[in-house]
Write a protein that binds this ligand. Sequence first.
Ligand SMILES: [Zn+2]
Length: 167
Amino acid sequence: MPMHAINMTGQKFGLLTVVERFGASPRPKWVCRCRCGQLTIKDGSRLRRGTVKSCGCATRAFISAARLTHGMTGHRLENIRRGMLARCHNPNSKDFPRYGARGIHVCRQWRDTPVEFYDWAWTHGYADALSIDRIDPRDGYSPGNCRWIPLSENVARANRARRQRAA
Ligand SMILES: [Zn+2]
């Protein structure tokens, strides 16, 4: 079977899912969606050999926690992680009274090892349009108590909780 006849659409390679063929070069390239939400173009042969497994985010992620944190600076997930840490562990944060002061904490593994948080996010449906939600609002941020939900839903939940507290 000639190379160009291989259809890789829908196949998964690590964090990447093949979306469609890119261009018509003799060495097939494919548009892939990474679990972090990023679109990326990869060589079919490199995908099949297992040389590439993410848009680059996972490669950065697994080098070392320190370099990862650096590599993730400015990434939405890192901003989300910093936001959680500030709300729960920084008394100077404006949201601290509603979180840290009420005993809402970020679990040790997410606090100490950022990669644990990214890894959880990527394997639990993280996407750019979603925000992190605590399933039990009285409990802290941990793999067992968090999920990704649309931002609008999260805001609605927060408003309901505020009304309940006020009542
Ligand atoms: Zn990625």
